[in-house]
Design a protein around this ligand. Structure first.
Ligand SMILES: [Zn+2]
Length: 98
């Protein structure tokens, strides 16, 4: 009998100060990597999928980012203060027609 399945791993890569697209606050965001691995007999063999997201610590909103964006954000986090969020000015999301 072969026992196989998946197992999820969550990594916190960095903490960044970004203007949240949801609440509009310049709040701390955690940059997370979620890896789903294929397991055989409960031994993780290889990753099936890798997803990246930032989560606002102010309102809890999660924003999906691409691997490229995640790497860029991580590089900025290492670069320290003065780095621009997302590498370019970002406007907070505004509700249309309000
Ligand atoms: Zn927020």
């Amino acid at each position: 009998m072969i026992i196989f399945g998946t197992k999820g791993y969550l990594y916190q890569l960095a903490i960044l100060t970004l203007v949240c697209g949801n609440c509009g606050n310049p709040a701390a965001h955690t940059l997370r990597k979620r890896v789903t691995k294929f397991t055989l007999f409960f031994v993780p063999l290889f990753p099936l999928s890798t997803k990246y997201a930032t989560q606002c610590t102010f309102c809890g909103a999660e924003h999906k980012v691409t691997k490229e964006q995640a790497e860029q954000l991580q590089a900025q986090a290492v670069g320290g203060p003065g780095a621009q969020p997302y590498g370019q000015p970002q406007q907070p999301y505004q509700h249309p027609g309000v």
